[in-house]
Design a protein around this ligand. Sequence first.
Ligand SMILES: Nc1ncnc2c1ncn2[C@@H]1O[C@H](COP(=O)(O)OP(=O)(O)O)[C@@H](O)[C@H]1O
Ligand SMILES: [Mg+2]
Length: 412
Amino acid sequence: MILKKLKLTNFRNYLDFEEGFHHLKTIIIGQNAQGKSNILEAINILATSQSDRAEKDSNLVYWNKEYALIFANIKTKEDDLDIALQINSTGRRKLKMNGVAKKAPQADLVGNFFSVMFSCDDLYLIKGSPSIRRNWIDNVLFQLDTKYHKALQNYQKSVVQKNALLKKAQEGNLSRKALKEQLDIWNEQILNFGTEVIYTRINFIADLQPIAKDFQDRISKQTEDLDMIYKSTIQNLALSTQLSAISTETEKQETGDKKQETEDKKIMPHASCLNPQSLRESFKQALDKSFDEELARGQSVIGPHRDDLIFLINKKEAKSFASQGQQRSFVLSIKLAELQIIENRKGEIPVLLLDDVFAELDESRQDFLLHNLPKNIQIFLTTTHLSDVQKEFLQEAQILEVEAGKIKVKHL
Ligand SMILES: Nc1ncnc2c1ncn2[C@@H]1O[C@H](COP(=O)(O)OP(=O)(O)O)[C@@H](O)[C@H]1O
Ligand SMILES: [Mg+2]
């Protein structure tokens, strides 16, 4: 899939940007804070419907303007596609595809254009908080599964409603009986949508894991064994019986690390032995059990909004044990796997967005990345220094120099 043309109006610091991309490789160069990442952000929004860094839509609109417009002309395997996304500073959006207005600007957008963003911030994928890992999974799944986007949105809305109710009860404005009745309504929604969210995530991780493991094997010359485990807040008997086979397996591999073993009790690994019904049942039991805790804390504590993903290197948690170099390789393997999964499931090669990563990756990792990409992949790369970019890459690239939201120089 190729992004042939991008037009930005009032998007971040671009009042008016228009560019055609004639090479598979585009380098966006400029000093800090000139608008390099903003271009990649706009492209990525077309794929995931969200920004990976803006807190709200109004941040994306040029200061004091009413709306921003991202227009793209895309070449897919089948045909050409025009996407026009209008983002209002009020938070409302409008979407047109090939000139036809769509009803659901978020849900109708995802699933048409695919991208993989790899930025230096992705190093926090390993060390950062669970929300960073959840956001990453969510953003990939938005592209892969349109139903997932709706399920997560509905799930999150229900959690907000439930939290409001729990707060009200906590402040003593609701009897325990009235609370239970109203909670049941939200818990029902939470169970339905939440089960779908967890189930889809576990299946995704199960698909991604062997691919990432293989990349990590190769990049580390068979010295680093990568593992990924979906760790859920749902933990109860029904599930643990079902998963006992897997838990025992994991524990055996844990080389007697006691703390890790206890942690494993909460771990819910791969999809093959899970079905949505039993997952829902376990989720329900966990919710019932946590009623008192949720009431005491005034918030919903069980469910996919609190789940995490554990990365292991050589059976140890990467968060605490991986060196900087190992983390870099790890993220690289994950990103390459992400790319491959999108290609496998969608039959289109996503556009790769490399935001400032070459400064962080040494030459051998850069080589590994570039030599393990599909042929004909389109790449957008930002950098402050061309000297960080490999010669081979430079020679084949279209170069745009940006300054304060304007294209200053172009080298084709
Ligand atoms: N909504 C906005 N309106 C106008 N300018 C913005 C907006 N959001 C960010 N900017 C500006 O964009 C610049 C940062 O762009 P960015 O693409 O992150 O820079 P970099 O070139 O370092 O990647 C900053 O100068 C910031 O002030
Ligand atoms: Mg940047």
